[in-house]
Design a protein. Structure first.
Length: 149
């Protein structure tokens, strides 16, 4: 084990941080979310709405737009598996969420997520997020329909 290896205590603290961030995000508290989760300069996002892999716009204008869109809600992070090596940590999880998002009434917004963090000094930076809404199984026909666009 080298000095850079991620310890069990490091992972526990990271999971707690990610859990707090999950709740802040669905609740529309974007300033808190971005205070908790620093995005790496080379951050990539595979959004649950699909499309292109994107970077992160954390301008004040974008943060305010997100806060208006994610109006209220609560969430918890259910960690399924963790992987760690050197200064990288991966959380495979389900964000169990319920809230008011966009023009939709309160509903389940749970997501399957893979979060890749990189340690920079004593801080964790989110380098990659992959999220999808397939918490509840779908038929193969539905998958084929989604794949066709």
């Amino acid at each position: 084990m080298t000095d850079n290896d991620v310890t069990d205590d490091d992972l526990a603290a990271l999971i707690e941080l990610a859990s707090e961030a999950t709740s802040a995000f669905i609740g529309g508290d974007m300033h808190r979310y971005f205070a908790l989760i620093e995005h790496a300069d080379d951050y990539t996002l595979m959004s649950p709405t699909g499309g292109e892999v994107a970077g992160s716009d954390i301008s004040e204008r974008r943060i305010n737009e997100m806060a208006r869109f994610f109006q209220s809600g609560e969430g918890t992070l259910e960690v399924i598996q963790t992987y760690a090596s050197g200064d990288l940590a991966v959380l495979v999880a389900v964000e169990r969420q319920r809230g008011v998002v966009g023009d939709y009434p309160a509903q389940d917004w749970s997501l399957r997520v893979t979060l890749v963090f990189r340690r920079e000094g004593s801080n964790w930076q989110l380098a990659h997020r992959h999220a999808d809404a397939l918490v509840h199984p779908i038929t193969f026909d539905r998958l084929a329909e989604l794949a066709r666009g």
